[in-house]
Ligand binder design. Sequence first.
Ligand SMILES: *Cc1c(COP(=O)(O)O)cnc(C)c1O
Length: 436
Amino acid sequence: MQYYSLQNPQHRVSFREAVIQGLAPDRGLYFPAQLPRLEKDFIERLEEYDPLYIGRHVIQPFIGDEIPDNHLRQIVSDTLSFPFPLREVEQNIYSLELFHGPTLAFKDVGARFMAGCLGYFRKHDPRPVTVLVATSGDTGGAVANGFYNVPGVNVIILYPSGKVSTLQEKQLTTLGGNITALEIQGSFDDCQRMVKTAFLDQELQDNYMLTSANSINVARWLPQMFYYFLAYRKIKQWKKEVVMAVPSGNFGNICAGMMAAQMGLPIAHFIAATNVNDTVPRFMQNGKYEPNAPIPTLSNAMDVSDPSNFVRILQMFSASETALKAHLSSYSFTDAQTVAAIGDVFKQHNYLMEPHGAVAYLGLKQYLKKSPNNVGIFLETAHPVKFEDTMPEDLRGEISIPEKVKQLYDREKQSVLLPNDYKSLKNWLMGQSYAV
Ligand SMILES: *Cc1c(COP(=O)(O)O)cnc(C)c1O
């Protein structure tokens, strides 16, 4: 499969190059040159296939012959190595739990898949590759975990100081080895901007083989389609129209879901739920894309005002407003609404949501008001323990702490504190011994 830059459709690269480069040299995001359509028969018989087969079948056309079958099989099975349960919360409303992976957030899927691909492509290249990634919280942990000890890969994670939860910080600062955490005195958008600038810096490019592991990277973005197929597989026999609500920050996850629908998965409608960083809900209202300064919220992994992947969604609908609106609704919610929803759902249904999932739940409820016959699924993207600090106080005691994170709390944080300007990042990078 070839990928083109959204800034310039003439600029085309292979899957391998798109994964290694992350972003095109002109700053455009890569987009698949063809839209693979799944055979009707495959969708109709979805429940007969096992998840690993579905994963391979869905992702294979996006890779072509660039990764041999037996290796792709391995990558998919390393990626889908944990369950994705669907839980009934109330009548016609289900939570798709994506937090049973090693770092308790849905980003484990994309990070593991990308680590597998990059690990494979590295085999034929003697130069060390440096993964540079900005995180609003969960990406860092997932990427650190997915890439830990992958030979020939160094990982540098930029995160906004004081704006990630205790557990998130532990996950990205305590591994050591090939993982380095840079604690930036600024916002997530600052971190993202610094990373984007680094990719355009020729002097840096001459010294490093740099790539990104943000959802802009096609190898992180596309495997997120798996969730939607696996969820649909579970409810297909109900023969109801399904809508899915996705808590959205950088819009990578929802964009993957919409890609799955474009391939033929029958999801009737998507709801992009945001916190008060509402650039997309406003855009859907008035057609104007006007990012504001990012506002810190309880659902901090979604404190993004200029979501990178939204251009991919626009591309899918070739900027046709009618088509876009037929497939996507978008609503924003305040922290007060989020906290109230967490409390109400726990009281009424004994189900504990964390702030991101709660925003998606609210989006789903809002949409179902006008479309009550649908079955609605909201994506619960993280385990409540990851956002312990921001959960309503009276419910913190209800959070069960999984064994795999307990020992993290005792580990010592190791980070490098840097100001939020590109120069500081560059100076630090140029001083590292693993430049090529
Ligand atoms: C990253 C993240 C999101 C937002 O996902 P995007 O793909 O960036 O829209 C939502 N919830 C949690 C818990 C996250 O970590």
